[in-house]
Design a protein around this ligand. Sequence first.
Ligand SMILES: NC(=O)c1ccc[n+]([C@@H]2O[C@H](COP(=O)([O-])OP(=O)(O)OC[C@H]3O[C@@H](n4cnc5c(N)ncnc54)[C@H](OP(=O)(O)O)[C@@H]3O)[C@@H](O)[C@H]2O)c1
Length: 309
Amino acid sequence: MKRIQYHEYGGPEVMRLEDFEPARPGKGEVLVRVRAAAVNPMDAGIRAGRLKMVTGRKFPRGLGHDFSGVVAAVGDGVTRIRVGDEVVGGASIKGAGAFAEMVVAEEKGVVKKPANISWEEAAALPTPALTAYQALVNKGRLTTGQSVFVAAALGAVGRSAVQLALTMGASVGGSCRGSAVQEARDLGVSPVVEFDFDPARLAGRFDVVLDASGKLPLTSAKTLVKSGGHIIDIHPAPAKFVRAALPGPYEVLVASAVPADLEQVVRAAARGALRMPIAATVPLGEAIPALTEFERRSGPRGGKLIITS
Ligand SMILES: NC(=O)c1ccc[n+]([C@@H]2O[C@H](COP(=O)([O-])OP(=O)(O)OC[C@H]3O[C@@H](n4cnc5c(N)ncnc54)[C@H](OP(=O)(O)O)[C@@H]3O)[C@@H](O)[C@H]2O)c1
């Protein structure tokens, strides 16, 4: 079996496509024959060693989290998923290894893939859509008729949030690059502002402010949010957790594997209510140059990079 792995933390140059022996799934785990995997910003960060406290120093380590595929084996205690099931999900931060022919994931990280979405469409969903869902529902407590502001409304998390919020009957404003304003409008975002907008124009208009960019100043978020609303930051850092523990609208989200939440977003995709554009699809054998280019390129990416195997 082949997978992309690395023997030390570092930049794109540490990636290797190598043979590996897939682990037998342990208790509560499933082994999946990967059909498609999707790239997320965290993949490069983890490979660079930014989460060493979690990912440790045991090498080689696999790369990639989000995938779709067919279950090849299940470990003890697995009850929801069977061998032969077509699934979509994410490998844990510690486990990783989705850019591969086979990956081991926790059962709680996967759900069944609806037949009417492709392997590629399914793989594009887990991390961004689950994050958006948990931000809006679990943290933002969004309800019908409320309003949301999504900073970076056309990124993977941002566009998931826009579409999910609209399906919940909320109205959605948001920011994007100046050249993409019409695209954001077409997605249903109104008002649309550019990244360097003046928040005073939209003061106190939103029940939920989701920063999917990591670049929205907290002062701007505070200006945008209504009294009693929620500001959700998905770029965790120790000092931010301290701030989030204080009274006020500010909260930090680290998305977590909750099958019921993943089911919700997968069902939205199956209904056609949640779509993620795909920028490029490459086979596993050609993925390292594509990953390197994707990571180094600045400016809009135009959607997900998908790796098929
Ligand atoms: N806490 C969690 O559990 C969690 C989970 C998932 C993701 N995240 C984090 O959330 C972030 C977004 O993830 P993603 O998958 O949506 O990434 P993505 O698809 O690459 O989207 C990033 C977005 O940021 C926009 N952007 C770039 N420069 C900007 C600026 N100066 N001001 C405002 N926006 C700007 C991009 O716009 P252009 O396309 O026009 O450049 C794009 O829309 C990443 O940092 C990721 O690590 C956190």
